[in-house]
Design a protein around this ligand. Structure first.
Ligand code: PMP
Length: 392
């Protein structure tokens, strides 16, 4: 092995790069890559295309030659449109100082970690959790404190979960509701407990609300709307999920001017500005695509009802996930090991689900199932899973 290929001390790679594990999801899907006729319910990406009006605005901007950088914080008209849009969640942010347009919510998460975390600081990350939070904490030099959430609470985070995990020592808490990977949501009452904990222990909250528009039974509540929370919270949102614009790479952060300002200083050097074409698409998406978004949400909701009832019928208990586009059924009886189950299912029935354990504490024994696929695929996948369980 040459020094180039080596992962050891002679490697040119930094310790940080060497210690960053490959994404648990990607590694798992390598298994499935060469298979024909595979149905993947693994990816967190809508099967829809972005609404036509948004695509058309992007094309129009290109035809007009609008291909330069924008202001670092993003176009002002987009920040204004975002400020208007988030009023539906009772959020109020100043487009000049409190809104930053980023390259996907992913960049905003990374910037916030780097703006708030010093080496050695502890960041509480409720689990099971979306996979980016841990590595971005590490890139900032912080330590992750996993906070397990529980099925008996339908994976909502409680004061007790935080207390038991020792989160009082954390300087930052990540919150992600509606949740990836569980589909869990939190009510205002449940969020109040978390806000109380954050205030008591002087913890800053990073609230990833990228699935806010995909809540099926009631309205989304942001923790930043609770008393004294706006000053200690950064909210992330974006266009990837509800607007089906994953490839456009556009998101945003909302927060107090000092934190958004610090994030922008880092963003200035690392990204300069978010993709310009996508910013034009996003303005149009916010201004004219509410109906298209509502249609996609209705389609997701029909699929959600279908997959939850099918899983429960075939003996894989599935709590009623009320948001995002994931359900988190339990492994069927006799299959405690989610990884073994997922692997057998891929090999024998050509259906890919993600083993829950890759999402951390509390995820084991579950599978993450994305219903961001068409009804025909979902039906065939559930039929295949059923025949796998019957044959077993
Ligand atoms: N947060 C969560 C919870 C997600 O599921 C995802 C996408 N899988 C992101 C952030 C990243 O979104 P974006 O495409 O805006 O970077």
């Amino acid at each position: 092995m040459t020094a180039r290929e080596s992962d050891g001390e002679s490697s040119p790679l930094s310790r940080r790069a060497r210690e960053t594990p490959p994404s648990g999801i990607r590694r798992f899907f390598e298994l499935a890559e060469e298979m024909d006729d595979l149905i993947s319910l693994g990816v967190g990406e809508p099967d829809f295309s972005a609404p036509w009006a948004a695509r058309s605005a992007a094309i129009d901007s290109l035809e007009r030659g609008r291909t330069s950088y924008t202001a670092n914080r993003g176009r002002r008209d987009l920040r204004e449109a975002i400020g208007e849009h988030v009023r539906r969640y009772d959020l109020s942010y100043d487009p000049d100082e409190e809104i930053l347009v980023s390259t996907g919510a992913s960049e905003a998460v990374d910037l916030a970690m780097r703006a708030l975390v010093d080496p050695g600081d502890t960041v509480a990350v409720p689990q099971p959790s979306y996979l980016s939070y841990g590595p971005t904490v590490s890139f900032a030099g912080g330590e992750v404190l996993p906070v397990g959430t529980r099925l008996e609470n339908e994976f909502a985070l409680t004061y007790e979960d935080l207390d038991r995990a020792g989160a009082a020592s954390a300087s930052v808490l990540v919150l992600c509701y509606p949740n990836n990977p569980t589909g869990a949501v939190m009510t205002r009452k449940q969020l109040r407990e978390v806000a109380e904990f954050a205030r008591e222990h002087d913890i800053f909250v990073l609230s990833d609300e990228i699935y806010a528009a995909l809540r099926y039974e009631d309205d989304h509540v942001s923790i930043a709307t609770l008393p004294e929370m706006a000053d200690r919270t950064v909210v992330f949102n974006g266009f990837s999920k509800a607007y089906a614009m994953t490839g456009m790479r556009l998101g945003y952060a909302l927060g107090p001017p000092n934190v958004i300002g610090a994030m922008n200083r880092i963003h200035q050097y690392t990204m300069l500005s978010a993709p310009t074409t996508a910013q034009y698409a996003a303005i149009e998406a916010l201004e004219s695509c509410d109906d298209a978004i509502a249609e996609m949400r209705q389609a997701f909701n029909r699929r959600r009802n279908f997959v939850i009832s099918r899983f429960n019928d075939i003996g894989m208990d599935c709590f009623e996930a009320k948001g995002a586009f994931y359900v988190f059924p339990e492994c069927p009886p006799g299959w405690e090991d989610d990884e073994a189950f997922a692997e057998a299912l891929i090999r024998e029935e050509r259906v890919a689900l993600v083993p829950g354990r890759v999402f951390g504490e509390g995820g084991g024994g579950h599978l993450r199932v994305s219903y961001a696929s068409g009804m025909p695929e979902l039906k065939t996948a559930l039929d295949r899973i059923e025949s796998f369980l019957r044959a077993d």
